[in-house]
Design a protein around this ligand. Structure first.
Ligand SMILES: [Fe+2]
Length: 305
């Protein structure tokens, strides 16, 4: 069985490439990463209309080419609320939305969540589709968070790659766990961790939110994303959402300690592509050793001799 390739591209962007199909969640690319991106995806899934998840510049680049078939979006991407909230830098909802201003409407399909949160109300009903059969993958749609209105639900996507016995749950910006997440128990290989349990500096500890989510879903692996670092290699420029972490290693350890051994935390670095062996689902942690000098520079300083 051939390996698959996973890449967190920064912020909420996550890419999956297999022999049979390539798909991406919430792609959000800048600079060289944007101009050099090859449009090799079959499908793209967008959780919500915020600029860091539904990004016209990136989507215009990726939603084309021979492979591309369709982009699935939450209703707010095509029917944004008015007046729109523009409290974040680079947010320009009136400029960016509806996304069909930038993409061929024939390529865009609005979807709705089957599993609903108590936050907007469990009794709401939507027209669907709630699930998608797309050849090698099956997609179940769940409610995410940060809805503009209860009738514009944001979407999380559980994508199962049938022949490979592996699945990915991208929750979007879900911050509050909810009861019907239990319906996903036993179905999630990789939970792509976004904002669940994050605590504002000095704020109330929200770690219990992450634990409730893990208790409900019991994923095999957790891949933390949707944070940025101050590393020069971070693909998301400084000053843009999402939040910075001062120490990515400490952040990962906080998650690992909270989650315990029941779910394995995979500490991906943004911008690095990881190879996953199948059927073992073992990540091949490749690394390089770069020598930047052959002799310590201080040896040139003979002034003290
Ligand atoms: Fe976000």
């Amino acid at each position: 069985m051939n390996p698959i390739y996973l890449k967190w591209t920064g912020c909420g962007g996550f890419e999956v490439r297999t022999d049979a199909i390539n798909f991406a969640f919430d792609p959000y690319l800048f600079g060289e990463n944007l101009t050099s991106a090859s449009p090799d995806f079959d499908y793209i899934f967008i959780s919500h209309e915020h600029f860091d998840h539904c990004h016209p510049g990136t989507l215009r680049r990726l939603c084309r080419g021979d492979r591309f078939k369709k982009i699935f979006v939450s209703p707010g991407c095509c029917d944004p609320d008015r007046p729109v909230d523009e409290k974040y830098r680079d947010a320009a909802f009136d400029r960016d939305l509806p996304i069909t201003k930038y993409l061929d409407p024939e390529l865009v399909q609005v979807v709705f969540p089957r599993h609903l949160s108590h936050v907007g109300g469990e009794s709401r009903s939507f027209p669907g589709p709630f699930e998608l059969d797309l050849g090698p993958i099956h997609v179940d749609i769940i409610e995410s968070g940060e809805n503009q209105r209860p009738d514009l639900p944001n979407c999380g996507y559980l994508v199962t790659v049938r022949d490979l016995d592996i699945s990915f749950l991208h929750t979007g910006d879900l911050t509050e766990p909810y009861r019907s997440l239990e319906k996903l128990r036993g179905k999630v290989t990789c939970l792509i961790h976004m904002k669940m349990g994050l605590t504002e500096w000095g704020g109330d500890d929200r770690t219990d939110k992450l634990l409730q989510c893990i208790d409900a879903i019991e994923p095999e692996f957790l891949i933390p994303i949707h944070y940025r670092t101050d590393r020069a290699s971070d693909p998301i420029p400084h000053g843009t959402w999402p939040p910075d972490v001062t120490d990515a290693g400490a952040f990962i350890e906080w998650i690992r300690e909270a989650v315990g051994h029941r779910t394995r935390v995979l500490p991906f670095t943004a911008g690095v592509e990881y190879e996953v062996e199948l059927p073992s689902k073992r990540v091949l942690w490749k690394w390089n050793w770069h020598n930047t000098w052959t002799e310590p520079s201080w040896r040139d300083d003979r002034s003290n001799e």
